[in-house]
Write a protein that binds this ligand. Structure first.
Ligand code: C2O
Ligand code: CU
Ligand code: CU
Length: 510
């Protein structure tokens, strides 16, 4: 049987970020190749048959990214990005979250189906400097690559860009039986794609680089490494790709147009493997792929590119032949008939004018209510056709959804699994199937992080029908802003925040 190999990026070319006036092309600095940093695994403080205990610290650090001065960076229990955190399906996770940063932060579990707003870790769950918070939650979802990032709106973009983003690997018994590489650090590695602009003395300057449509930089940074190489010692390599950039889309392909196979999307293994030569990813999406180097020999090099820019050099070494065949069917994706009428969500605007359903985000406003364990179709539109418009990656907290259609057509071939981010082309209607299994207040927003901070975000209250009017203690902007002003020793009116600035330009009060 010959399998179908997809060779295009699927998305509307006219809306690629390359057409954006603020687009910054990538360019690898002329420095020697560095070994790709692999996030260390975070060691549990304790693990039993039913529970896992972790301590995690948001901290400042310094990282040797370029020759010369180290760059001041932030990370989760690491100087930059974070340690990789393993969570097993069915177990209860106990997290002791500490903040050693000079400012307030939050710990958001992007992709975990856990209650909100506190465990979920959005803007309603601050941890103040020198403070801590203890949370616990049970994992009830399939194996996937999800992630942890800071989320103190409207400072999310700034803090993620400082480095607060870490991979989280959910494991389960179904994935464990599939013939995938899973020797972490050897043939199973995360690949966090980001871009930065280095200023004087190798430092980053968010304010100087600020763009309300998303901060970009010319230098690709992969797992916190500039110009990386990776030593390949196995025939097959599994890459857990995360677009961890604030704004950038990556159009990925290998040298020789090497074929690769996608096995997982945001929140789980795909029902069937999908074969590609080209793959586009937008902000916050995850794509697990397997690359087979059987046609290469020791000494060869295979390069992963985005457009024409080399991102990672894979140096091929001796490896044992591997004849593993992937099954044609990998996992079953549960399906549900809708119980509720269609719900529409409109993403509109660019720059400071971004909105959801014609409104800017308000922390104390609940924009929509929905019961747990009911299924609803959501029709997500991007009305943005100014100059070809831009692709908005729509994200929901607290659940994984499935994609029903794009403008009435079938979703892209690698969108048949569980997702929590869906890139919506301008003028497109994407229909998704939404079903929450945990109650709480959750955000949904564009994952161009400056758009989220700029107000392209809304909140849903997901209720247990036994307690439809449950009251949540929701944080307000005023309190958050006061905290930031105090921590920075400035007057509230002199506080500079990207997202906050956007609100002001719109004449909105916080
Ligand atoms: Cu990555 Cu509000 O999330
Ligand atoms: Cu999220
Ligand atoms: Cu957007």
């Amino acid at each position: 049987m010959t399998e179908k190999v997809y060779t295009d990026y699927f998305y509307n070319e006219s809306a690629y970020n390359t057409h954006d006036g603020g687009y910054i092309p990538l360019e690898v600095p002329d420095i020697p190749q560095q070994p790709l940093r692999i996030p260390e695994l975070l060691k549990p403080d304790q693990e039993t048959d039913t529970d896992m205990y972790y301590t995690l610290t948001a901290q400042e650090g310094e990282t040797q990214l370029l020759p010369g001065a180290k760059t001041k960076t932030w990370g989760f229990s690491a100087p930059l990005l974070g340690k990789a955190i393993v969570m097993k399906n069915g177990k209860t996770i106990h997290m002791h979250l500490q903040n050693h940063l000079p400012e307030m932060t939050t710990f958001h579990w992007h992709g975990l189906n856990i209650p909100g707003p506190i465990e979920d870790g959005g803007c309603h769950a601050p941890v103040y400097p020198d403070g801590h918070r203890d949370i616990q939650f049970k994992i009830h979802q399939p194996a996937a690559t999800v992630w942890l990032h800071a989320h103190p709106c409207p400072e999310t973009a700034y803090q993620v860009w400082r480095g607060l983003a870490a991979p989280v690997i959910v494991q389960d018994d179904v994935e464990a039986k599939l013939p995938f590489p899973r020797n972490y650090g050897v043939d199973d590695i995360p690949l966090i794609l980001q871009d930065r602009h280095f200023h004087e003395n190798n430092q980053w300057d968010y304010r100087a680089d600020y763009d309300p449509d998303g901060v970009q930089g010319p230098t690709p940074m992969i797992n916190g490494t500039i110009n990386p190489y990776f030593d390949v010692t196995t025939q097959r390599l599994r890459l857990r790709i995360l677009d961890g950039a604030n704004r950038r889309e990556w159009r990925l392909h290998f040298s020789d147009d090497l074929e690769f196979t996608q096995i997982g999307s945001d929140d789980g293994i795909l029902p069937e493997p999908v074969h590609f030569t080209h793959l586009m990813t937008t902000c916050a999406e995850r794509h697990e792929i397997i690359v087979d180097f059987s046609n290469y020999k020791p000494g060869d090099e295979v390069i992963l590119y985005s457009d024409d820019t080399p991102l990672v050099h894979f140096r091929i070494h001796e490896f044992a032949p591997d004849h593993t065949q992937l099954p044609e069917h990998l996992v079953d994706i549960p399906d549900y008939e809708p119980d509720l009428p269609l719900h529409k969500v409109v993403m509109s605007g660019m720059d400071e004018y971004v909105m959801i359903d014609g409104k800017k985000f308000s922390m104390q406003r609940i924009d929509y209510k929905m019961p747990i364990n009911k299924t609803q179709l959501w029709d997500i539109t991007n009305t943005n056709d100014m100059d070809g418009g831009m692709i908005h990656p729509f994200h929901m907290h607290g659940l994984a959804f499935t994609i029903v259609s794009r403008n009435g057509h079938a979703p892209y071939p690698n969108e048949r699994g569980l997702k929590d981010v869906i890139a919506v082309n301008p003028d497109e209607h994407v229909v998704i199937k939404v079903r929450f299994t945990v109650p709480g207040v959750f955000m949904y927003h564009c994952h161009i992080i400056e758009h989220e901070d700029g107000g392209m975000m809304a909140q849903i209250q997901v209720y247990d029908p036994k307690d439809p009017d449950k009251q949540y203690d929701l944080m307000d902007h005023e309190t958050l802003m006061k905290a930031f002003a105090e921590e920075r020793g400035v007057d509230m009116k002199d506080l500079w925040l990207g997202g906050m600035g956007s609100y002001e330009k719109m004449g909105m009060t916080m």
